[in-house]
Design a protein. Structure first.
Lengths: 162, 106
């Protein structure tokens, strides 16, 4: 990032509306029915979390593997898709102490070249009775299954092997 | 448009977030991104900064991921110096003075 690029970064904040789908990359973001329903639930019950997750989606779309903030984490250890899997997170893990009952995780799968992003499972791991590790065990397996099902239906380009 | 229950959705199918909350969230994310990008742009690792500051890697990671408005000015200056920027309190004050918007309180 050059100094001129650094000076540009505040300009994006002038936009107060979510981006349209004009960008070619944005057209390749796909959300599972469960993911969409979970977001819609948040839209009515926790507007801050909803806005935070929408911002994380925007950030992931903009930066993909160049995402450095903790709101995006690449590579889910439990996923068969390895480095082609990841999650968006809200709240920021550094703020977790202020949100004892809220730790939203939105799982995604992509391919090496990033032509598409599948958002598969969205859930609140903080309220999972069996704990965080169990939440990942269950939901990462489900995320992998959902991604494989989508590929079986729509034959995604360069689908990674799980 | 009706959707089959098994259909997937695009961004256009999602509700819009509250504009103020959305901008605040994006600001926070980009502030974290900015600090990490500064460090990585200089080819430096967490360990490099930790060694220079005499702290743990975890402490540097924590600062980079802390919400920007919760970082103390002194800690930010120390971090910037550890990356290699020649900055100090006088620079911070001068930069603030030059960049402040018009006050809103009369």
């Amino acid at each position: 990032m050059t100094r001129s690029q650094l000076s540009v970064w505040p300009d994006w904040a002038a936009s107060t509306q979510p981006e349209s789908t004009d960008r070619s990359l944005s057209g390749m973001l796909r959300f599972s029915p469960q993911f969409k329903q979970a977001l819609e639930h948040l839209h009515t019950t926790d507007r801050e979390a909803f806005a935070g997750l929408r911002a994380a989606i925007w950030y992931l779309d903009e930066h993909r593997r160049g995402a450095l903030a903790p709101d995006v984490k690449w590579k889910l250890a439990q996923s068969g898709f390895g480095t082609n899997s990841g999650e968006i997170r809200w709240p920021n893990p550094e703020c977790q102490a202020e949100h004892s009952r809220t730790a939203w995780r939105g799982l995604f799968v992509t391919n090496a070249t990033g032509e598409w992003l599948l958002f598969t499972v969205l859930g609140n791991k903080a309220i999972h009775q069996a704990g965080s590790a169990a939440w990942y065990d269950i939901n990462t397996a489900e995320s992998d299954r959902i991604a494989n099902d989508y590929h079986a239906r729509f034959r995604l380009q360069n689908f990674p092997k799980a | 448009m009706s959707q089959h229950p098994d259909d997937w959705y695009g961004l256009e199918d999602l509700p819009d977030p509250d504009p103020d909350l959305y901008v605040a969230a994006k600001t926070r994310i980009m502030a974290s991104h900015f600090l990490v990008a500064l460090r990585e742009n200089g080819g430096q690792s967490l360990q490099d900064i930790a060694d220079r500051k005499g702290v743990t890697k975890a402490a540097v990671h924590q600062l980079e991921n802390r919400p920007f408005d919760k970082i103390q000015v002194g800690n930010l200056l120390s971090y910037l110096r550890a990356i290699g920027y020649d900055v100090d309190a006088e620079w911070a004050a001068a930069t603030l003075a030059a960049g402040l918007p018009e006050p809103t309180l009369s």
